[in-house]
Design a protein around this ligand. Structure first.
Ligand SMILES: [Zn+2]
Length: 339
């Protein structure tokens, strides 16, 4: 395959995305139209102004704009279209299974309740599933800059929608909010049968990955790239097959790494870790899932087998029943052998 053929091949490859915040897929055009619809005063008047504002220097500078952007989401129709826009992208990029983070605490300050966003999300997911068989898992994502008691209250409020969520996660600023602050939250979620994931080792140290595994009992780590600072941790993650949901474009846009050349994801793959590729907040970080794969292709020029391995990991790491997982792995194997 020449370079152009390989790019096309990677884009058409069946794959899963496991780390995507739904508000992070809010495109500038929809943000501006919803601001107008609801009379929300944003400091932008054009898409170009929104894009110019996305000049982040760290996680917090991004989060400030992210919560501002999400403040335009107000009624059920807004949430339907937000979800549908992303699911259409999954269809185009052959993301046959996606795991999407939903963050109620982002909506509550604007007077939006569970029923409003969940009815919109569920309607879009049901349509995408009926129309092209889209597989979707939702992750109830709590915000770690808020008190644990508030997160526990959200878990309680989610009870009528328990059927819709497979896992819980913890996102937002890591600094000053270590995993052990949320031991009661994770114990409660575990007792209710949720699968467990957490953002750790993005801006926080490798130690946060250890404590997430040991104190909270999580099955998967979101980001986790700073495990490179601890050899014993990398060995442990490889031996225990703990997946990392890595987001290359997010990491370079938020200056975890200054350039893609410094990104360790393929080194971690070669070392035997179950790394996966994801987009995190694609509207803010310059690209959806395929753009992340292509950034690795353009920077490192790995063999086609590396991409198949990354896609295989995405299904291995998914919160799926084994029969569904096996079906996706077979689809990938068939696609590879037909290539
Ligand atoms: Zn994230």
């Amino acid at each position: 395959m020449n370079k152009a053929e390989l790019r096309d091949w990677v884009c058409r490859m069946p794959k899963a995305e496991l780390h995507m915040h739904i508000d992070g897929s809010l495109e500038a055009s929809r943000m501006l139209s919803l601001a107008k619809k609801h009379g929300v005063d944003l400091p932008y008047t054009s898409e170009a102004e929104v894009q110019n504002a996305y000049d982040f220097h760290d996680l917090q500078s991004f989060l400030d704009l992210y919560y501002l952007g999400a403040s335009v989401l107000r009624d059920e129709e807004d949430f339907y279209f937000l979800m549908m826009d992303y699911l259409e992208r999954c269809r185009a990029d052959n993301i046959v299974h996606c795991e999407i983070m939903v963050e109620p605490q982002t909506y509550f300050p604007n007077g939006v309740d569970f029923d409003t966003f969940m009815k919109g999300f569920e309607r879009a997911i049901a349509e995408a599933n009926a129309t092209w068989g889209q597989s979707v898992v939702l992750i109830l994502s709590l915000l770690r800059h808020t008190p644990e008691d508030e997160c526990l209250a959200v878990l309680e409020q989610a009870r009528p929608w328990r059927h819709a969520f497979t896992a819980i996660g913890l996102a937002s600023s890591e600094r000053g909010h270590p995993p052990e602050k949320f031991e009661r939250l994770y114990a409660a979620a575990k007792s209710e049968g949720y699968a467990l994931t957490i953002h750790a080792g993005e801006e926080g140290p490798a130690e946060y990955i250890w404590t997430s595994l040991k104190s909270l009992g999580v099955a998967r780590i979101d980001h986790g790239v700073r495990c490179t600072e601890d050899d014993a941790l990398m060995d442990f993650l490889a031996e225990e097959k703990i997946p990392l949901t890595v987001c290359p474009l997010s990491n370079t846009r938020l200056k975890v790494y200054q350039t893609m050349h410094e990104h360790p994801v393929l080194t971690l793959l070669a070392r035997g870790l179950c790394v996966t590729i994801n987009s995190d907040d694609p509207a803010y970080f310059g690209g959806y899932l395929n753009a992340n794969y292509l950034a690795l292709l353009d920077t490192f020029e790995p063999s086609p087998q590396v991409f198949v391995e990354l896609a295989r990991n995405s299904f291995q790491a998914a919160f799926l029943e084994d029969t569904q997982r096996d079906a996706f792995l077979q689809t990938l194997a068939k696609w590879e052998s037909a290539a």
